[in-house]
Design a protein around this ligand. Structure first.
Ligand SMILES: [Zn+2]
Ligand SMILES: [Zn+2]
Length: 390
């Protein structure tokens, strides 16, 4: 672990100008071009290809492969992620991963490069323009061993300009659409991929659900997940950063998870890291329990509720008891697992798991009633309790 270093404050003019030009061309150039010339199928295909290739290289590549090493893959895929990742103009992966690891380790403090406590805009993109942090590569020694990563870092501008500007414009020029390629596949695409990525650090640290950890700013936001190939389940991600999934439930929209799982299926990815479903469930229930406790504490302080609290507390105790029962079963399950894992006793393991699930659903049935109650607006809840006391 590195000691926190004093922040360096400077304005990165290159980034300010780059953001200004790409945004201007995207906002003014794109509609003007469509108005004057329309859009061909080729222009749209090139734009969509670069949107997906560069976006996925940041999310499944820069983030889940390089920054968190949640899985392993072959050098060809690593190269493709480095190549199209550079095209997103979000710094070399070495710097990106180093800052991102700092973000997880020091989240919401001064050592967090995109600390949300410095405001929405700072966490969104201000941190790239009004630089107030230090990039220290001591937390990316594993990545420094990869010659391809080091080459991308050393000759970053060549990689980024080659893959992000020259390649799309050249492809466009072959079809006689160089200008359209520059406006759509370069500038508009960059602007959209930028803000989608930045939303994770701004919106997902301010708005959404705290499903797994109520004491941190990271939130699960389904709409941002939709814009970022699944990265919006950010509360889960901060609770389990080494899991290759961000949208952990099967129905949650997480194309990165599906891509990695598919690569694994055809032998192109291996060593996929998953948090155990029991740890995930434990965390979820602990979060609900904390939420309930905190709400109860705030209500206890309300003098108008002196008479109503007994109703509230009886209900609370019921929920708490079933949580405790569930925790006991979880412990028992862990004991059985530990004992039989070496014997690989499938019957015992599946019996323990079934037991675990039935206790859990019992808890959830009780919990759901409680959840409906506690999810109410605190003022409505107070009124509800007052009506009970009347
Ligand atoms: Zn975060
Ligand atoms: Zn992360």
């Amino acid at each position: 672990m590195k000691p926190p270093s004093p922040p360096i404050r400077k304005i990165i003019w290159v980034n300010v100008i780059f953001f200004a030009i790409t945004t201007f061309v995207a906002l003014i150039g794109a509609p003007t071009y469509i108005y004057k010339y329309g859009l061909s199928f080729f222009d749209i295909t090139l734009f969509v290809f670069f949107m997906i290739a560069t976006g996925l290289s940041v999310t499944a590549g820069y983030h889940r492969l390089f920054a968190h090493t949640t899985y392993q893959t072959n050098p060809i895929i690593r190269f493709l992620f480095l190549f199209f990742g550079a095209a997103a103009f979000e710094q070399p992966v070495l710097d990106w991963a180093s800052q991102h690891r700092d973000h997880h380790q020091y989240v919401d403090t001064d050592e967090d490069p995109y600390n949300i406590n410095k405001g929405f805009f700072y966490a969104h993109m201000g941190w790239l323009m009004f630089w107030e942090h230090d990039v220290d590569h001591s937390n990316v020694k594993d990545l420094q061993k990869d010659p391809m990563v080091m080459h991308q870092s050393k000759y970053y501008m060549l990689w980024a300009a080659g893959s992000g500007i020259i390649l799309p414009v050249l492809i466009g020029a072959f079809a006689g659409h160089a200008l359209a390629a520059f406006i759509f596949a370069v500038c508009l695409r960059l602007t959209l991929v930028y803000h989608a990525t930045f939303f994770i650090n701004s919106i997902c640290h301010m708005f959404g659900k705290s499903t797994y950890d109520i004491h941190q700013t990271a939130r699960d936001h389904w709409f941002i997940a939709f814009l970022t190939y699944g990265e919006g389940y950010h509360n889960f991600h901060h609770a389990f950063p080494n899991d290759y999934r961000n949208g952990v439930r099967w129905y949650q929209y997480d194309p990165c998870k599906w891509l990695i799982a598919s690569m694994n299926y055809i032998g192109m990815a291996r060593g996929l890291k998953r948090a155990s479903r029991f740890r995930i469930l434990e965390k979820r229930l602990a979060a609900e329990n904390q939420r309930t406790n905190e709400l109860l504490e705030s209500l206890i302080k309300d003098p108008r509720l002196a008479n109503a609290l007994s109703v509230f507390q009886t209900h609370y105790q019921k929920v708490k008891n079933s949580l405790l029962a569930w925790e006991e079963t979880a412990k028992e399950y862990k004991r059985i697992l530990r004992k039989h894992v070496s014997l690989n006793n499938f019957n015992l393991r599946s019996k323990a798991f079934k037991e675990m699930k039935s206790t859990r659903s019992l808890f959830q049935r009780k919990y759901q009633k409680w959840n409906r109650l506690t999810n109410k607006d605190p003022i409505l809840l107070t009124q509800f309790l007052l009506s009970k006391a009347a």
